[in-house]
Design a protein around this ligand. Structure first.
Ligand SMILES: C[S@@+](CC[C@H](N)C(=O)[O-])C[C@H]1O[C@@H](n2cnc3c(N)ncnc32)[C@H](O)[C@@H]1O
Length: 467
């Protein structure tokens, strides 16, 4: 029997050590390895040497298998055809210089791929003829005639798998077909991740790119809303988090809360269930500190995550806090203008100066008064005065309150006619009954208007003095 593989004690036709280097095998430590057409077991021995947890060789030649068992008793060898492959799964499968012996080469590749573990790798070392066409070419060699594929045919052969041309292998005497090494793995479905902040254009990109390419898009917002509405199942803890303080306008806060509570993977699982085991895109804001967690969840579930990042174009959005702060500041500035009158602004109001005292609250050291007042033009008067215990005090700084009821009632063109002020009282001084209180409004401290009427229910209550 001819010597094919080369060992230190036996030189064969093949330069086996160089072939081993060209194969570019992944680290085999702790992994399972199968060599199909293993010959005398050189590569099985290497797998064992590299720490493989199991190293199996298969060859139909009784003589080669007998020698392999002798050389590598730590490995398992089976004298049988590749028509009966062991079940596996195997982390790494090698088919070197043997595919051309198969009667149905595509069928053998498919059978080998089916024996791989989910992340397994098929290492193919094979002859490839030079042709731009996809075809099988019968090649006369020194020993026989065999069919070899062109590169375009290899592409067809491996369609549907993830594969990479690794490089040329060693040349073999008497074999005119150049050898190549190709690594083949199962293709994972791709999960395209659009996780940028709100208003970055995620949905526009999802629609324009993925929907157009018939790649399903999972909308994170939509999934959450359906869970909250009871239209979609979700683990109880996740559902409770999504439902608590739910608002369709604050979904970014909800998502942040879910991830902070350690339930991010549970949310990712919902996306996966929506998508199924095929390529899909996710349109869902996720705070950047959780992006790695999303990716690892998808990787563990068998997907290949691909994250998309881009700069936001146009005017940037403000945070909800910043918007609230600016709006309040603006409104306060309106209040200031109102207190100074709106010069030149026509008013529909023509009812004369009016006002009311709605609430009086006196403690030992302070007096608080609330009500509303407008001048002859329907504007907020500049001053208020309060007379208590025979003394009048001017109030030139007071809070302006919205009184839509008064606006409606008087037909004003604004609602900012309420007032509220607090003045300190001398706790030592004796203060008479509250019934003596008078509040006036006016734009000139020398000519304040008449005492504002006191609301009926309050007037009765005021008779008793300090409360
Ligand atoms: C050219 S040798 C390559 C050996 C080894 N893979 C290497 O690259 O060093 C081809 C090997 O495939 C084996 N073989 C051919 N047809 C086979 C089949 N149908 N089932 C299993 N082994 C087969 C042969 O016995 C031989 O050992």
């Amino acid at each position: 029997m001819a010597q094919y593989q080369s060992f230190p004690d036996a030189a064969g036709d093949s330069r086996t050590l160089e072939k081993l280097k060209a194969l570019n095998l992944p680290p085999l430590n702790g992994r399972t390895f199968l060599d199909v057409g293993c010959n005398e077991g050189f590569f099985c021995g290497y797998a064992h040497f590299d720490g493989a947890s199991r190293s199996v060789g298969l060859d139909r030649s009784r003589g080669f298998i007998a020698r392999a068992r002798c050389r590598f008793p730590q490995c398992e060898f089976a004298e049988r055809s590749w028509d009966q492959l062991p079940d596996g799964p195997f982390d790494v499968i090698l088919l070197a210089s043997a595919l051309h012996y198969a009667d149905d080469q595509p069928a053998l590749v498919r059978a080998l791929m089916s024996r791989l573990s989910p992340d397994g790798l098929l290492v193919l070392e094979m002859g490839i003829i030079s042709s731009p066409e996809a075809k099988w070419v019968k090649v006369k060699r020194g020993i026989d005639e065999r069919f070899f594929p062109s590169m375009p045919m290899v592409k067809e052969l491996l369609r549907g798998y993830a594969w990479k041309w690794i490089g040329p292998s060693i040349a073999q005497d008497g074999d005119p077909v150049p050898r190549h090494v190709i690594h083949v793995a199962r293709q994972r479905p791709t999960a395209y991740l659009l996780m940028q902040p709100p208003a970055y254009g995620k949905t526009t990109i999802a629609e324009g790119l993925f929907r157009r390419a018939d790649i399903p898009v999972v909308s994170g917002d939509d999934v959450i809303q359906r869970v909250v509405k009871g239209m979609r199942a979700a683990p109880e803890e996740l559902r409770a988090l999504l439902e608590a303080d739910y608002s369709p306008f604050r979904l970014d806060e909800t998502i942040r809360k879910v991830f902070a509570a350690g339930k991010g993977r549970s949310l990712v699982q919902l996306w996966i269930e929506e998508a199924g085991p095929a390529d899909f895109a996710v349109d869902a804001y996720v705070p950047s500190e959780w992006h790695d967690l999303v990716r690892s969840g998808l990787t563990d579930a068998g997907y290949m995550p691909v994250s998309l990042y881009w700069e936001r174009a146009g005017t940037s959005m403000q945070s909800a806090e910043a918007i609230t702060e600016r709006a309040d500041a603006y409104y306060a500035s309106l209040a200031d203008s109102a207190s100074q009158g709106f010069d030149g602004m026509p008013s529909t109001y023509s009812g004369g100066a009016r006002g009311f005292v709605d609430e009086v609250d006196m403690a030992a050291d302070r007096l608080r008064v609330r009500g509303w007042a407008v001048d002859e033009d329907g504007k907020v008067p500049r001053y208020l005065s309060v007379r208590i215990n025979g003394q009048t005090r001017m109030v030139d700084v007071f809070e302006h309150l919205l009184r839509h009821d008064v606006q409606k009632h008087l037909g004003l063109d604004h609602a900012l006619c309420g007032y509220s002020f607090t003045i300190p009282l001398d706790p030592a001084a004796s203060v008479g009954g509250l019934g003596a209180i008078e509040v006036r409004a006016g734009n000139d401290t020398e000519r304040m208007g008449p005492a504002l009427p006191i609301a009926g229910s309050l007037a009765k209550r005021l008779a008793g003095g300090r409360r």
